[in-house]
Ligand binder design. Structure first.
Ligand code: PBG
Length: 333
Protein backbone atom coordinates (compact mmCIF):
# COMPACT_ATOMS: atom_id res chain seq x y z
CA UNK A 1 0.00 0.00 0.00
CA UNK A 2 1.40 3.40 -0.97
CA UNK A 3 -1.35 5.39 0.71
CA UNK A 4 -1.72 4.85 4.45
CA UNK A 5 -3.70 7.77 5.96
CA UNK A 6 -3.15 6.28 9.43
CA UNK A 7 0.55 7.34 9.32
CA UNK A 8 -0.61 10.94 9.98
CA UNK A 9 -2.65 9.83 13.00
CA UNK A 10 0.15 7.88 14.69
CA UNK A 11 0.95 10.23 17.59
CA UNK A 12 -0.45 13.27 19.35
CA UNK A 13 2.46 15.30 17.93
CA UNK A 14 1.67 14.35 14.33
CA UNK A 15 -2.08 14.79 14.84
CA UNK A 16 -1.34 18.23 16.29
CA UNK A 17 0.61 19.19 13.17
CA UNK A 18 -2.02 18.12 10.68
CA UNK A 19 -5.09 19.30 12.61
CA UNK A 20 -7.16 21.40 10.20
CA UNK A 21 -9.40 23.27 12.63
CA UNK A 22 -8.58 24.94 15.93
CA UNK A 23 -11.09 26.67 18.12
CA UNK A 24 -9.79 29.39 20.41
CA UNK A 25 -11.78 30.95 23.29
CA UNK A 26 -11.29 34.25 21.38
CA UNK A 27 -13.91 33.02 18.89
CA UNK A 28 -16.57 32.28 21.52
CA UNK A 29 -19.38 34.48 22.79
CA UNK A 30 -20.89 33.84 26.24
CA UNK A 31 -24.65 34.58 26.54
CA UNK A 32 -25.75 36.20 29.81
CA UNK A 33 -29.32 36.48 31.16
CA UNK A 34 -29.99 39.64 33.18
CA UNK A 35 -32.72 40.18 35.80
CA UNK A 36 -33.45 43.36 37.81
CA UNK A 37 -32.45 43.62 41.46
CA UNK A 38 -29.44 42.71 43.58
CA UNK A 39 -27.89 39.47 44.74
CA UNK A 40 -29.86 37.30 42.28
CA UNK A 41 -28.37 34.15 40.76
CA UNK A 42 -31.00 31.56 39.76
CA UNK A 43 -30.29 28.55 37.59
CA UNK A 44 -32.31 27.98 34.41
CA UNK A 45 -33.81 24.57 35.19
CA UNK A 46 -33.64 23.25 31.62
CA UNK A 47 -30.07 24.52 31.19
CA UNK A 48 -28.01 23.43 34.21
CA UNK A 49 -24.98 25.69 34.72
CA UNK A 50 -26.70 28.71 33.13
CA UNK A 51 -28.04 31.40 35.45
CA UNK A 52 -30.17 34.51 35.48
CA UNK A 53 -28.05 37.18 37.14
CA UNK A 54 -28.64 40.59 38.67
CA UNK A 55 -26.03 43.09 37.54
CA UNK A 56 -23.89 43.02 40.73
CA UNK A 57 -23.26 39.27 40.44
CA UNK A 58 -23.08 39.41 36.66
CA UNK A 59 -20.10 41.77 36.88
CA UNK A 60 -18.27 39.13 38.94
CA UNK A 61 -19.17 36.47 36.39
CA UNK A 62 -17.85 38.59 33.51
CA UNK A 63 -14.58 39.12 35.41
CA UNK A 64 -14.29 35.34 35.90
CA UNK A 65 -14.96 34.65 32.20
CA UNK A 66 -12.50 37.31 31.09
CA UNK A 67 -9.83 35.80 33.32
CA UNK A 68 -10.30 32.54 31.36
CA UNK A 69 -10.00 34.23 27.95
CA UNK A 70 -13.63 35.00 27.05
CA UNK A 71 -13.80 38.54 25.64
CA UNK A 72 -17.23 38.52 24.00
CA UNK A 73 -20.63 38.53 25.68
CA UNK A 74 -24.22 38.74 24.48
CA UNK A 75 -26.71 40.14 26.95
CA UNK A 76 -30.45 39.28 27.21
CA UNK A 77 -32.96 40.79 29.66
CA UNK A 78 -35.73 38.97 31.57
CA UNK A 79 -38.27 41.79 31.83
CA UNK A 80 -40.98 41.69 34.53
CA UNK A 81 -44.54 41.55 33.09
CA UNK A 82 -45.54 44.92 34.54
CA UNK A 83 -42.91 46.62 32.33
CA UNK A 84 -44.22 45.06 29.11
CA UNK A 85 -46.69 46.67 26.70
CA UNK A 86 -47.85 46.30 23.07
CA UNK A 87 -45.16 48.60 21.67
CA UNK A 88 -42.09 47.67 23.78
CA UNK A 89 -41.79 51.19 25.23
CA UNK A 90 -39.51 49.97 28.01
CA UNK A 91 -36.91 48.79 25.47
CA UNK A 92 -35.69 52.36 24.91
CA UNK A 93 -36.45 53.88 28.31
CA UNK A 94 -33.04 55.28 29.37
CA UNK A 95 -33.64 54.03 32.95
CA UNK A 96 -34.19 50.51 31.61
CA UNK A 97 -32.18 48.05 33.75
CA UNK A 98 -30.77 46.38 30.61
CA UNK A 99 -29.29 49.64 29.27
CA UNK A 100 -28.06 50.58 32.76
CA UNK A 101 -26.33 47.20 33.04
CA UNK A 102 -24.61 47.75 29.68
CA UNK A 103 -23.26 51.08 30.96
CA UNK A 104 -21.97 49.40 34.14
CA UNK A 105 -20.38 46.54 32.22
CA UNK A 106 -18.61 48.75 29.69
CA UNK A 107 -17.40 51.08 32.43
CA UNK A 108 -15.78 48.21 34.33
CA UNK A 109 -14.69 46.19 31.29
CA UNK A 110 -14.05 48.65 28.45
CA UNK A 111 -12.01 46.09 26.49
CA UNK A 112 -14.72 43.46 26.09
CA UNK A 113 -17.09 43.25 23.14
CA UNK A 114 -20.66 43.54 24.39
CA UNK A 115 -23.41 42.38 22.01
CA UNK A 116 -27.10 43.29 22.40
CA UNK A 117 -30.39 41.70 21.35
CA UNK A 118 -32.62 43.83 19.14
CA UNK A 119 -36.16 42.39 19.11
CA UNK A 120 -39.43 43.29 20.80
CA UNK A 121 -40.18 39.93 22.44
CA UNK A 122 -38.66 40.52 25.92
CA UNK A 123 -40.62 43.79 26.23
CA UNK A 124 -43.84 42.89 24.41
CA UNK A 125 -46.96 41.59 26.19
CA UNK A 126 -47.63 39.63 23.00
CA UNK A 127 -44.23 37.91 23.15
CA UNK A 128 -43.49 38.55 19.47
CA UNK A 129 -40.36 40.07 17.96
CA UNK A 130 -42.36 42.68 16.03
CA UNK A 131 -45.50 44.72 16.58
CA UNK A 132 -48.75 42.71 16.64
CA UNK A 133 -51.84 44.22 14.97
CA UNK A 134 -54.82 42.78 13.09
CA UNK A 135 -53.72 39.31 14.17
CA UNK A 136 -50.39 39.67 12.37
CA UNK A 137 -46.79 40.66 13.02
CA UNK A 138 -46.58 44.02 11.23
CA UNK A 139 -43.28 44.55 9.44
CA UNK A 140 -42.88 48.23 8.61
CA UNK A 141 -44.46 49.63 11.81
CA UNK A 142 -41.98 47.50 13.81
CA UNK A 143 -38.93 49.15 12.22
CA UNK A 144 -39.06 52.56 14.00
CA UNK A 145 -39.49 50.76 17.36
CA UNK A 146 -36.49 48.53 16.67
CA UNK A 147 -34.48 51.59 15.58
CA UNK A 148 -35.25 53.44 18.84
CA UNK A 149 -34.17 50.34 20.76
CA UNK A 150 -30.98 50.07 18.69
CA UNK A 151 -29.98 53.72 19.14
CA UNK A 152 -30.62 53.47 22.91
CA UNK A 153 -28.39 50.37 23.02
CA UNK A 154 -25.63 52.11 21.08
CA UNK A 155 -25.87 55.07 23.47
CA UNK A 156 -25.56 52.70 26.43
CA UNK A 157 -22.27 51.42 25.03
CA UNK A 158 -23.02 48.12 23.29
CA UNK A 159 -20.26 47.46 20.74
CA UNK A 160 -22.30 45.29 18.38
CA UNK A 161 -26.09 45.07 18.02
CA UNK A 162 -27.83 41.77 17.32
CA UNK A 163 -31.12 42.17 15.47
CA UNK A 164 -32.82 38.81 16.09
CA UNK A 165 -36.29 39.95 15.02
CA UNK A 166 -36.25 38.86 11.33
CA UNK A 167 -38.30 41.82 10.08
CA UNK A 168 -37.59 42.62 6.42
CA UNK A 169 -35.31 45.60 5.83
CA UNK A 170 -34.33 46.02 9.47
CA UNK A 171 -30.55 45.89 8.99
CA UNK A 172 -30.56 48.83 6.58
CA UNK A 173 -33.10 50.69 8.69
CA UNK A 174 -31.00 50.25 11.86
CA UNK A 175 -27.76 51.12 10.03
CA UNK A 176 -29.23 54.41 8.86
CA UNK A 177 -30.68 55.25 12.29
CA UNK A 178 -27.33 54.48 13.96
CA UNK A 179 -25.34 56.55 11.46
CA UNK A 180 -27.79 59.47 11.75
CA UNK A 181 -27.32 59.40 15.53
CA UNK A 182 -23.53 59.41 15.12
CA UNK A 183 -22.93 55.73 15.96
CA UNK A 184 -20.99 54.88 12.82
CA UNK A 185 -18.70 52.51 14.77
CA UNK A 186 -21.44 50.39 16.36
CA UNK A 187 -21.55 47.08 14.49
CA UNK A 188 -24.46 44.89 13.43
CA UNK A 189 -24.39 41.11 13.86
CA UNK A 190 -27.47 40.20 11.88
CA UNK A 191 -29.49 37.08 12.63
CA UNK A 192 -29.49 36.42 8.88
CA UNK A 193 -30.77 32.86 8.75
CA UNK A 194 -32.80 32.48 11.93
CA UNK A 195 -35.08 29.48 11.68
CA UNK A 196 -38.50 28.93 13.28
CA UNK A 197 -36.95 26.22 15.42
CA UNK A 198 -38.16 23.99 18.25
CA UNK A 199 -34.80 24.46 19.97
CA UNK A 200 -35.39 27.85 21.63
CA UNK A 201 -37.47 26.42 24.49
CA UNK A 202 -35.07 26.83 27.46
CA UNK A 203 -34.25 30.41 26.37
CA UNK A 204 -37.93 31.41 26.22
CA UNK A 205 -38.46 29.82 29.64
CA UNK A 206 -35.44 31.70 31.05
CA UNK A 207 -36.73 35.05 29.77
CA UNK A 208 -40.45 34.33 29.93
CA UNK A 209 -40.60 35.59 26.33
CA UNK A 210 -42.68 32.96 24.49
CA UNK A 211 -45.55 34.13 22.24
CA UNK A 212 -48.66 34.77 24.34
CA UNK A 213 -51.37 32.11 24.36
CA UNK A 214 -54.21 34.07 22.80
CA UNK A 215 -56.64 33.16 20.06
CA UNK A 216 -56.11 36.52 18.33
CA UNK A 217 -52.37 36.31 17.74
CA UNK A 218 -50.10 33.79 16.04
CA UNK A 219 -48.76 31.24 18.54
CA UNK A 220 -45.53 30.71 16.62
CA UNK A 221 -42.97 32.82 14.77
CA UNK A 222 -43.31 31.11 11.38
CA UNK A 223 -44.38 34.24 9.48
CA UNK A 224 -41.02 35.88 10.15
CA UNK A 225 -38.47 33.24 11.15
CA UNK A 226 -37.33 30.91 8.34
CA UNK A 227 -38.77 27.53 7.40
CA UNK A 228 -36.31 24.79 8.53
CA UNK A 229 -36.70 23.22 5.07
CA UNK A 230 -35.04 26.13 3.25
CA UNK A 231 -31.42 26.72 2.24
CA UNK A 232 -31.70 28.85 -0.93
CA UNK A 233 -33.65 31.37 1.08
CA UNK A 234 -30.70 31.75 3.49
CA UNK A 235 -28.63 32.96 0.50
CA UNK A 236 -31.28 35.55 -0.27
CA UNK A 237 -31.32 36.77 3.34
CA UNK A 238 -27.49 36.87 3.31
CA UNK A 239 -27.41 38.94 0.12
CA UNK A 240 -29.94 41.42 1.55
CA UNK A 241 -28.22 41.77 4.95
CA UNK A 242 -24.87 42.29 3.24
CA UNK A 243 -26.27 44.99 0.97
CA UNK A 244 -27.93 46.64 3.98
CA UNK A 245 -24.61 46.95 5.83
CA UNK A 246 -24.38 43.97 8.21
CA UNK A 247 -20.92 43.35 9.75
CA UNK A 248 -21.54 39.68 10.62
CA UNK A 249 -24.03 37.13 9.27
CA UNK A 250 -25.48 34.68 11.76
CA UNK A 251 -27.02 31.23 11.36
CA UNK A 252 -29.28 30.02 14.15
CA UNK A 253 -29.58 27.30 15.45
CA UNK A 254 -26.20 25.75 14.69
CA UNK A 255 -26.14 21.94 14.77
CA UNK A 256 -29.17 21.14 12.63
CA UNK A 257 -28.05 23.87 10.23
CA UNK A 258 -24.36 23.07 9.66
CA UNK A 259 -25.08 22.95 5.92
CA UNK A 260 -26.35 26.54 6.05
CA UNK A 261 -23.24 27.65 7.96
CA UNK A 262 -21.05 26.00 5.29
CA UNK A 263 -23.08 27.57 2.50
CA UNK A 264 -22.85 31.10 3.88
CA UNK A 265 -19.15 30.71 4.68
CA UNK A 266 -18.54 29.71 1.07
CA UNK A 267 -20.75 32.40 -0.47
CA UNK A 268 -19.97 35.41 1.74
CA UNK A 269 -17.00 37.62 2.52
CA UNK A 270 -18.39 38.54 5.93
CA UNK A 271 -17.53 36.72 9.16
CA UNK A 272 -20.08 33.99 9.89
CA UNK A 273 -21.46 33.56 13.39
CA UNK A 274 -23.44 30.55 14.59
CA UNK A 275 -25.78 30.51 17.58
CA UNK A 276 -25.54 27.16 19.37
CA UNK A 277 -28.94 27.66 20.95
CA UNK A 278 -30.37 26.77 24.34
CA UNK A 279 -32.20 23.60 23.23
CA UNK A 280 -29.06 22.24 21.58
CA UNK A 281 -27.06 22.76 24.75
CA UNK A 282 -29.90 21.32 26.86
CA UNK A 283 -29.94 18.09 24.80
CA UNK A 284 -26.25 17.52 25.37
CA UNK A 285 -26.45 18.35 29.07
CA UNK A 286 -29.39 15.96 29.53
CA UNK A 287 -27.56 13.08 27.85
CA UNK A 288 -24.41 13.81 29.90
CA UNK A 289 -26.46 14.13 33.09
CA UNK A 290 -27.84 10.66 32.47
CA UNK A 291 -24.36 9.25 31.97
CA UNK A 292 -25.09 8.50 28.30
CA UNK A 293 -22.42 10.85 26.90
CA UNK A 294 -19.13 12.13 28.29
CA UNK A 295 -19.31 15.94 28.57
CA UNK A 296 -15.52 16.33 28.53
CA UNK A 297 -15.42 14.88 25.01
CA UNK A 298 -18.87 15.66 23.60
CA UNK A 299 -18.85 19.38 24.43
CA UNK A 300 -15.56 20.30 22.67
CA UNK A 301 -16.38 18.00 19.73
CA UNK A 302 -19.69 19.80 19.30
CA UNK A 303 -18.15 23.29 19.30
CA UNK A 304 -15.34 22.19 17.00
CA UNK A 305 -17.88 20.78 14.52
CA UNK A 306 -19.68 24.12 14.33
CA UNK A 307 -16.35 25.84 13.66
CA UNK A 308 -15.30 23.22 11.07
CA UNK A 309 -18.58 23.76 9.21
CA UNK A 310 -17.55 27.40 8.72
CA UNK A 311 -18.54 29.45 11.76
CA UNK A 312 -15.87 32.03 12.60
CA UNK A 313 -17.74 33.01 15.76
CA UNK A 314 -19.79 30.72 18.03
CA UNK A 315 -22.34 31.93 20.55
CA UNK A 316 -22.70 29.10 23.06
CA UNK A 317 -23.74 28.53 26.67
CA UNK A 318 -20.58 26.38 26.92
CA UNK A 319 -18.16 29.27 26.18
CA UNK A 320 -16.94 29.62 29.76
CA UNK A 321 -16.66 25.83 30.22
CA UNK A 322 -14.59 25.53 27.04
CA UNK A 323 -12.30 28.41 28.06
CA UNK A 324 -11.94 26.95 31.57
CA UNK A 325 -10.64 23.67 30.13
CA UNK A 326 -8.20 25.45 27.82
CA UNK A 327 -7.00 27.55 30.77
CA UNK A 328 -6.53 24.45 32.97
CA UNK A 329 -4.60 22.69 30.19
CA UNK A 330 -7.20 19.89 30.07
CA UNK A 331 -8.09 20.89 26.51
CA UNK A 332 -5.58 21.55 23.72
CA UNK A 333 -6.49 23.31 20.52
C1 PBG B 1 -35.55 36.38 20.45
C2 PBG B 1 -34.40 35.46 20.61
C3 PBG B 1 -34.55 34.08 20.79
C4 PBG B 1 -33.26 33.55 20.98
C5 PBG B 1 -32.35 34.61 20.88
N1 PBG B 1 -33.07 35.78 20.63
C6 PBG B 1 -35.77 33.26 20.90
C7 PBG B 1 -36.83 33.33 19.89
O1 PBG B 1 -36.63 33.72 18.73
O2 PBG B 1 -37.95 32.98 20.27
C8 PBG B 1 -32.99 32.10 21.25
C9 PBG B 1 -31.67 31.73 21.80
C10 PBG B 1 -31.59 30.37 22.41
O3 PBG B 1 -32.50 29.52 22.33
O4 PBG B 1 -30.53 30.11 23.03
N2 PBG B 1 -35.44 37.61 19.99
Amino acid sequence: MLQRPRRNRRSAAIRGMVRETRLSPAQLVQPLFLVPGKGVKTEVSSLPGTYRWSIDLMLEEIAACQELGINNFILFPAVPDELKDKVATYSYDPDNFYLQAARDIKELFPAICLISDVAMDPYSIDGHDGLVGEGQILNDPSLPILAKMAVAQAEAGFDVLGPSDMMDGRVGYLREALDDAGFTQTGIMSYTAKYASAFYGPFRAALDSAPREDADIPKDKKTYQMDPANAQEALREARLDTAEGADFLMVKPALNYLDIIALLKYESELPIAAYHVSGECAMLLAACGNGWLDYEQAMPETLLSIHRAGADVIITYFAKDYAQRVYDGRLKY
